[in-house]
Design a protein around this ligand. Structure first.
Ligand code: HEC
Ligand SMILES: [Cu+2]
Length: 455
């Protein structure tokens, strides 16, 4: 009833306890050092509230939306999402919002951690070259979204103006080994997915709620490869996952993980053993997980078209010794099946394999799908070196390739384990002699050789 914290009282004894009660609500002023996502400020160790000064700067800035694709983002502090603000329950936040002198628009901020009309929006409307100050008390703990709320609001958000503010509960959060900050958003460009060059905002797509891109941290591959989130086996991770929207809800999932705990709708209720959690626009969730088995895990929006065809894909790399006790598998060669009668004709075998397998991705007309699957029809990549395709079908292919002047950076699985040498020879022969390709044939002895030489 006096705002005592039982824990410091126990530690420090009665005198200190009485003192700490007097010391509240404020023990000085702190200037928060913000960091760029996916990093977050360090956990709070204070046991008393204080005044935290936060500086945010709105900046309009052309950056990469994907490889070779540029976009005129509107940002907080030059990043999408804006930096995570971290304060403690009961803190008073003094937020300085400055708007870059080169901006074309005024901007403001609505923080969902604020209890007051507009969440700060009306008080912070800031013209280019100006600054405004909003002071509020962070009364409720949780992970909250902030965003620009200047008209047209959907456009400011669609251009990247969102972030999160974490209000730690007075008792603090349990200790974990690593923390990361990921935020989903949908983007609307006049060009198609992966059309190169500077892409303009598309109002009609925004109105139709049909984004060209759905992204984690404002750029395709922002958290992939060398930028992947990282952990060692056996560690506990905490992910602060937000959704800026403006339109799409996220079915947030990590392929091959089960979340230890999820704060439902970012609130104080914890759900456990969760596979996929729903994060609507303007919401955020604190997600904890344990990384037991090494390898690379994919963070996705499980509305899965967005992950594989609109960019909503990030990586978590886990290093450490293998755990066959928890996870292992075996690949055996299939027993050679007796071939159906007409089946010694490579073209007939090839047509069947193409229809059953290859067409799922490369399409029945072999034209592929823009941005996702390269064409096999008139493919300069295939026709320039048909023998290279043996190894592609046997072992799969990933990384950047260029087919008919278009870049692809995707993944084709290995079909070596499931297709026989005859079938691979057949399908390549079929493809080479169809779809306006150059002709020629691949025989199964060649496939056998490649299979032997590169196990
Ligand atoms: C699950 C989807 C998928 C299936 C099924 C698939 N591929 Fe692919 N394939 C891809 C992707 C994706 C790439 C590009 C990989 C990259 O970007 O590095 C590719 C690339 C290729 C290439 C080189 C690029 C080009 O266009 O010439 C060839 C050749 C190829 N595939 C042949 C085949 C054949 C033959 C089959 C059937 C046995 C097949 N693929 C089945 C997804 C698939
Ligand atoms: Cu704005």
């Amino acid at each position: 009833m006096f705002g005592f914290r039982p824990y410091p009282c126990l530690l420090l004894g009665l005198m200190a306890c009485a003192f700490s009660a007097y010391a509240e609500p404020s023990s000085g002023v702190i200037e928060e050092a913000l960091v760029a996502p996916p990093a977050v400020p360090a956990p709070i160790t204070r046991h008393t509230p204080t005044t935290v000064v936060v500086h945010l700067r709105t900046e309009e800035k052309v950056m990469d939306l994907a490889d070779g694709v540029r976009y005129d983002f509107w940002t907080f502090n030059g990043s999408v999402p804006g930096p995570m603000i971290r304060v403690r329950e009961g803190d008073t936040v003094e937020l300085h919002l400055s708007n870059d002198a080169h901006s074309h628009m005024s901007h403001n901020i609505d923080l969902h951690a604020v209890m007051g009309p507009g969440g700060g929006a009306a008080m912070t409307v800031t013209n280019p070259g100006h600054e405004s100050i909003l002071t509020f008390k962070a009364m409720r703990p949780g992970l909250f979204v902030y965003h620009c709320a200047t008209a047209p609001v959907p456009m400011h958000i669609a251009n990247g103006m969102y972030g999160t503010i974490l209000v730690e509960p007075a008792a603090g959060l349990p200790k974990v080994d690593r923390e990361y900050y990921v935020m989903q958003g949908d983007f609307y460009t006049q060009g198609h997915y992966h059309d190169p060059g500077l892409q303009n905002f598309d109002t009609q797509k925004l109105l139709d709620e049909q984004p060209t891109y759905v992204l984690f941290n404002g750029r395709e591959n922002a958290l992939n490869g060398e930028h992947a989130l990282y952990s060692k086996t056996g560690e506990h991770l905490r992910l602060f996952v937000g959704n800026g929207g403006p339109n799409l809800s996220s079915s947030f999932h990590i392929i091959g993980q089960i979340f230890d705990s999820v704060s439902s709708e970012g609130g104080s209720l914890l759900n456990h053993n969760v596979q996929t959690t729903l994060i609507p626009p303007g919401d955020a969730s604190t997600i904890e997980l344990t990384t037991l088995v090494p390898g690379t895990y994919l963070l996705v929006d499980h509305a899965i078209t967005r992950a594989f065809m609109k960019g909503a894909l990030a990586q978590l790399r886990v290093d450490g010794p293998a755990r066959p006790d928890l996870y292992h598998g075996q690949n055996t060669k299939p027993a050679t099946q007796p071939l159906p009668s007409a089946a010694h004709d490579p073209m007939a075998i090839g047509k069947r394999v193409f229809t059953q397998i290859c067409s799922a991705c490369h399409q029945g007309n072999a034209m592929g799908l823009p941005g996702a699957f390269p064409p096999l029809a008139m493919s300069d990549y295939l026709n320039s070196d048909p023998h290279r395709a043996i190894s592609i079908v046997l072992h799969g292919l990933s990384g950047h390739i260029t087919v008919n002047n278009t870049g692809y950076e995707s993944q084709m699985p290995a079909f070596g384990p499931q297709l026989s040498d005859d079938e691979i020879a057949g399908v390549l022969t079929y493809v080479l002699n169809s779809f306006n390709n150059r002709g020629g044939s691949i025989d199964s002895a060649e496939v056998g050789k490649v299979r032997q030489s590169q196990p």
